[in-house]
Design a protein around this ligand. Sequence first.
Ligand code: GLC
Length: 618
Amino acid sequence: MIRPFPRSAVPRRLRLLLLLAPLHACERGPAVPAPAAAPYLDPSRPVDARVADLMSRMTLDEKLGQMAMVERTALPGDRAADLAAHGLGAVMSGGGSAPEPNTAAAWAEMYDDFQRAALGGRLRVPVLYAVDAIHGHNNVRGATIFPHNVGLGATRDPELLRRIGEATAAEIAGTGVDWTFAPCLCVARNERWGRSYESFGEDPEIAVSLATAVTGLQGARIGGSASSVLATAKHFLGDGGTTGGVDQGDTRLGEAELRRIHLPPFAEAVKRDVGAVMVSYSSWNGVPMHGHRYLVTDVLKGELGFRGIVLSDWGGIDRLDGAPHFSAADVRDAVNAGIDMVMVPVAYADFLEKLRAGVDSGAVPQERIDDAVRRILTRKFQLGLFERPFADRSLTATVGSAEHRALAREAVRRSLVLLRNDGVLPLRRTARVFVAGRHADDVGLQSGGWTLTWQGAAGDVTPGTTILAGIRAAVEGGGSVTHAPDGRGAAGHDVAVVVVGEGPYAEYAGDRTDELGLDPPDAVVLDRVRASGVPTVVVLVSGRPVVVTDRLPAWSALVAAWFPGTEGAGVADVLFGDHPPRGKLPVSWPRSAAQLPLNVGDPGYDPLFPYGFGLTYP
Ligand code: GLC
């Protein structure tokens, strides 16, 4: 049973951080405005020349400000001026942090307000705005919500991922936002991990092939089109390999195994000039990634030649010394390890003060600062922010468009994996269909975590089509659909479709230490339907395999639907045979939780369904 995450903790988390909000300003640069004809403002000049000219004009404090990313709630209206005063490099929305009303137009207004504040600075350096758009622009009500990565991994379709990235980028850019913390290129090795669904699968080959998502989001070249946004490969390195699948835990591997399993997707993302790389909360053999100079600087920047922004995770530098809140040592060690921008996310004056002290004392070399700022400004110039700083309202209408929803529906179809079928599928459109299960008529449950809020929630959280609505639309002629979430009344129907699975969750709230079985209420519904004797099709909505070994023989069919997102009609497209199932398991399906971790290639590998398994129709 997933422990329902105390949602009150999320506001508390932000409230706690707000208490640390800046209590004093830092030095301001000289008041001399930049000359309008300054070379850095001339778009005909090469980016590196513009960067060099701008940096030559910046004070140390103006450079340091660029290295801070701040949550939007730390800059309420009256403090937005701090953007210019501190020369902050970026603003972000944490999961669910949205303007009210939460509409695409309101996001674009909010973005422009922050940008106007930033451009009030002496050198008029625009600010970057970043969000977790990890399965569509999922913070925005009305946006298209695509299947989560585990489902997209089942498609094994690089071109589909590029198209999804392209559509998502248009919706992101239509709200002004410049940067998404996606794709997660994590390789989940133990399904107990609460972030397994953010992984494309257990073998790095899938994440390498689906890194086309980066090109979809950025386009062939960063800034090459109005809808180009910065992508982020995350979380570097080994976040999916922790012992026991514990989120933010320790990945205990030799270097050869770490490189074989977890590094290839990042190498591919770097080849695609990914805008940023986010560092993992996890550790490698006991050393926290946020302080890991060898992997962040020598391997990522040196060996792989990464030229973009290395970004910390949310408060990720705080824990380097084991104590809460970041110390001067944490700031020093994280920046010296190679982190270029710190997701503070609230106490930015304190962060800048400690970073300034580190530079003044020589603990943080000036060259390190210049490398970080050069990377940040390079991405800003490449995006065209100095020429086009405000939201492109011509793209706002793409948010939740029929075209994008059709693409998401196609992705749902392609993500489904048919694990068992005694011939009951495909269903006849004229059948008398009984539909049960709490996930059948719930857009929130079918979308999972990172949907409108950080943890996600059941209910009509955003416009979409439920799996039940898709089934209703597919039945015709003498057919009928009876919906009873509790499973009572199945007798007399031709077939029962029971839609059950996991509730929404994100990050550590999704870690499971139990037997990975069905939730008890779902088991009751399944027992009730089974007692009716009606052939049962089980549709499993989950972020990972669920242990169903004992129940499987009683089912006529089993479909893994993962977290399909807003376009639930894609499930009916397959159930009724408009499109055959084509998904292949991106993860091994265990017989029991005792087998975990269970990955293809393991000695004695004996899953219930193997990696790559998936049936189709005759
Ligand atoms: C979270 C996640 C990271 C996300 C970031 C900003 O803690 O680890 O994936 O991008 O914070 O929301």
